[in-house]
Design a protein. Structure first.
Length: 154
């Protein structure tokens, strides 16, 4: 019997092939449970569409069956976007959120809230409101970030 890690590795390889057909899409997370439930989280540089997710789901499901990823070919597959309330995990998720308010939790547990102004390979730049008229620009290295959440405004 294949281990969960072996199964995950095979699925990642199959996904890599499928994502070549969707160059603006990328894998954010892949979860495989002991009960053969597979959850794939895909994002896109422009925002992933339902049509893209459906196509990836169909193609991945077919490839998993053809490659007998699970011994009995009995599995559940869910392909979705990470969701707006899910923390940003990858550098590639940051640029599309420029101009949005984010809450950054640092590894030392400090919290910074501000408008994401810039994204660089090693750091982000936040415009933090100190008072009604005063703003502070913070440069936060990625190595100091535990996680970042986009604030939802209605």
């Amino acid at each position: 019997m294949k281990s969960v890690d072996d199964i995950r590795q095979v699925i990642e390889q199959l996904l890599e092939q499928e994502l070549k057909l969707h160059p603006d899409c990328f894998l954010v997370d892949l979860l495989v449970s002991q009960d053969q439930a597979v959850r794939v989280f895909i994002d896109s540089d422009q925002g992933v569409s339902i049509d893209q997710l459906a196509q990836i789901n169909r193609s991945l499901s077919k490839a998993m069956h053809e490659n007998h990823v699970f011994p009995d070919d009995d599995f559940s597959l869910e392909v979705s976007s990470p969701g707006i309330d899910t923390p940003l995990k990858l550098y590639r998720q940051y640029p599309k959120n420029i101009g949005r308010t984010v809450v950054v939790t640092l590894k030392d547990q400090q919290i910074r809230e501000g408008v994401l102004q810039e994204v660089h390979p090693d750091f982000i730049v936040l415009d933090v409101k100190k008072s009604k008229k005063e703003h502070q620009v913070l440069k936060i290295p990625f190595v100091d970030i535990q996680f970042t959440r986009v604030q939802i405004r209605f």
